[in-house]
Design a protein around this ligand. Structure first.
Ligand code: PLP
Length: 429
């Protein structure tokens, strides 16, 4: 196996944001034929545009699903190269594949088989390796797999063809840990009871945009959704999962639930750091997306910090007893929430001190997660999927990328790349 190409020297890796630049070498495409029930092998296409029938159910009926995950250059391979190490890994692709299969089923589409999913993602990353930033930066390669009904079909029946495409974009993770104010969306429900909220499908996102834009105009950079049936329980943020941090009071538990959630097998480490003596609350609503980041954070909290986890309905009123609230997702990582406001009732819950700084549980979990993603610690949970590189002469993706001749766009150049971190937090998934 050959080493991965180093990061391009012409990009300001810490200032990328998540603006689409079209500077990368290309994307990967493959198609599924409904008549033969087979997938074509993935190919690398040096063009960001797709050919799609105007009467496809993707365009007409919202028959599509997507994923969002990331590839990173590992620190362990960068020790002597200033962050330009030659090993690139994709973070937890198997779980993202499982979620895409769920979303595909919800939108009446065939799932993408896992071997094909992994091969297509590897090909997309391999063909764009120089866009994976240095391990010493906060840069990632954001991967956007996309599945949609691409053949013509006006009836409410499956089309003759589905397309699976994998796009990538160099981006910067928001690691600012600057807590953000949040508002509850009260005039619109993102997910109906027994609806499609658990799927990453386009129809769940476009209708939210006008509400998140309105919130932003009012100074709220995050939007929170409550359950549609009763408006009394917390579902999740518009593009990230919800984690509540509830301090465990040593002598007088706040209520029965906190007492029940007290750890049974704390091995002493949590006690050495009594400040982290807290329970993580994860909403168990059936109408939320299964966040891979939340899964990772919960795993780390349990196995590394020995914190108890409570997965159950979280009443909105319980915000009053939380010490920290975190928004978790691939692009935002672990983002502390400064406050949650509900305008109709004049309620406002604040989760930062007078200094406006993030709480320590969130800071600790963000640092831990980053260490596992960047390869600063051993991959004991099997989360890092290493992308294999062929010698350039053998690798069609590298060959085609080289022959592509697209102009490279550098950060800060023509103002094509966003330097606004807030923009990153509120736009990506
Ligand atoms: C993508 C997304 C998340 C975060 O999922 P990750 O797997 O952690 O990236 C959470 N909620 C919603 C609504 C999302 O679209």
């Amino acid at each position: 196996m050959a080493p991965a190409l180093p990061p391009l020297p012409t990009i300001e890796w810490d200032k990328l944001g998540l603006a689409v630049t079209d500077s990368v070498n290309g994307h990967v495409e493959c198609t599924y034929s409904t008549t033969t029930s087979t997938w074509s092998p993935p190919t690398f296409v040096t063009d960001p545009y797709l050919r799609i029938h105007g009467l496809s159910p993707a365009l007409n009926y919202g028959m599509q699903a997507f994923e969002g995950l990331k590839a990173l250059r590992l620190a362990s391979s960068s020790a002597s190269s200033g962050g330009g190490g030659d090993t690139i890994s994709i973070f937890r692709p198997h779980l993202h594949c499982t979620r895409l299969a769920h979303s595909a089923t919800v939108a009446s589409m065939p799932p993408v088989p896992e071997p094909l999913f992994l091969e297509a993602l590897s090909l997309a990353v391999r063909g764009n390796a120089e866009y994976v930033g240095p391990s010493t930066s906060d840069a990632i390669l954001y991967i956007r797999p996309l599945l949609f009904g691409s053949g013509p079909q006006l009836a409410l029946e499956p089309p003759s063809q589905f397309t699976f495409a994998v796009y990538v974009q160099p981006a910067t993770t928001y690691h600012g840990l600057q807590p953000l104010p949040c508002v509850v969306v009260e005039d619109f429900d993102r997910a109906a009871t027994r609806g499609t909220g658990s799927a990453k499908i386009g129809g769940n996102y476009a209708p939210v945009m006008r509400w998140s834009r309105r919130a932003k105009a009012q100074g709220y950079y995050m939007t929170l959704h409550l359950d549609s049936a009763t408006q009394s329980e917390i579902d999740e943020f518009s593009t990230s999962g919800f984690i509540g941090v509830k301090k465990i009071e040593a002598d007088t538990p706040a209520n029965g639930q906190a007492a029940m959630a007290t750890p049974t097998a704390v091995n002493g480490e949590a006690k050495e750091n009594p400040k982290l003596n807290a329970t993580l609350l994860i909403p168990s609503s059936p109408n939320i997306l299964h966040s891979v980041t939340s899964d990772s954070v919960v795993h780390l909290a349990q196995h590394k910090l020995h914190l108890p986890i409570a997965r159950r309905p979280v009443p909105f009123s319980e915000l009053a007893s939380l010490s920290e609230v975190l928004a978790v997702g691939t692009a935002a990582s672990v983002l502390p929430i400064a406050s949650v406001s509900r305008l109709s009732t004049d309620e406002k819950y604040v989760f930062v001190g007078a200094d406006g700084k993030a709480g320590e549980v969130g800071v600790e979990l963000a640092a831990l997660l980053k260490a596992y993603m960047r390869g600063e610690v051993e991959d004991e949970f099997g989360w890092r999927y290493e992308v294999g590189f062929l010698d350039p002469e053998e690798d069609s993706a590298t060959q085609r990328a080289k022959g592509n001749g697209l102009q490279l766009v550098t950060a800060g150049g023509e103002g094509t790349l966003s330097t606004s971190e807030l923009k990153l937090v509120t736009s990506p998934l």
